[in-house]
Design a protein. Structure first.
Length: 229
């Protein structure tokens, strides 16, 4: 067979081309492997974040703790009573929308019709920041609490406190998760539906449920604790 002699220059070019092709193939393979590893790691991290439990924020922990204490004392609470508690904690007594004369008539009529009630403290702190309290009329008056001072604190609280519907909505979300976690013995679905109706209605003020009224005969005023003497 006749051998064809390749010029030395062409042979050198061929070797260079072969080396370049091999290097390119190796580079592509490395990039593909690295890319696969990175995307796999990101996917696993995302999956881990999605699948792992979400730690409650300090505010959520405080709401859960406060509501847990309230539930221990008032197990007859229904969704509207839970909503009312969080509403008063975040919105205050704005629902009253009243002047001093109207507030005085309302308070005097309630005092006249108090009657007996359950054992309860003079005041219950109902907001996670400690600012808002329910002053229970029976023990407040029993220890000599001043009716005029309470009235003044109530009216000033209604006029001066600026609530936040954002805070209200966020804290209702905590309560719904609490129910979903089994830490609140109310149906989570019913609670979420009730909260959704309240949100659609613009977060109105509500009365206590008939079950709550029958069990506890509530009589209190929601005030900023700092305004009490």
């Amino acid at each position: 067979m006749r051998q064809v002699r390749v010029p030395a220059g062409l042979a050198a070019v061929a070797v260079v081309v072969q080396v370049a092709v091999v290097a390119l193939v190796v580079q592509v393979a490395v990039v593909a492997l690295v890319g696969s590893g990175v995307s796999g790691g990101v996917g696993q991290a995302r999956a881990g974040r999605a699948d792992g439990p979400r730690a409650p924020s300090p505010e959520e922990e405080a709401v859960r703790s406060l509501l847990g204490r309230q539930w221990a004392r008032f197990p007859a609470m229904e969704p509207q009573d839970v909503y009312k508690l969080v509403f008063q904690a975040t919105m205050g007594s704005r629902h009253a929308g009243l002047d001093s004369a109207m507030a005085a008539r309302w308070l005097d009529a309630e005092i006249r019709d108090l009657g007996p009630g359950p054992d309860e403290p003079v005041a219950d702190t109902i907001s996670v920041d400690g600012r808002m309290v329910r002053v229970n009329l029976r023990p407040y008056l029993a220890v000599g609490g001043d009716r005029t001072a309470l009235l003044r604190a109530f009216v000033r609280s209604a006029q001066e406190f600026r609530g936040s519907s954002g805070d209200l909505g966020r804290q209702l979300g905590y309560v719904a998760r609490m129910a979903s976690d089994g830490q609140l013995p109310l149906p989570a679905g019913a609670l979420r539906r009730y909260f959704a109706r309240m949100r659609a209605a613009g977060y109105p003020a509500v009365e206590h449920s008939s079950a709550y009224v029958a069990a506890y005969r509530p009589a209190y005023r929601v005030v900023l604790g700092a305004l009490l003497p």
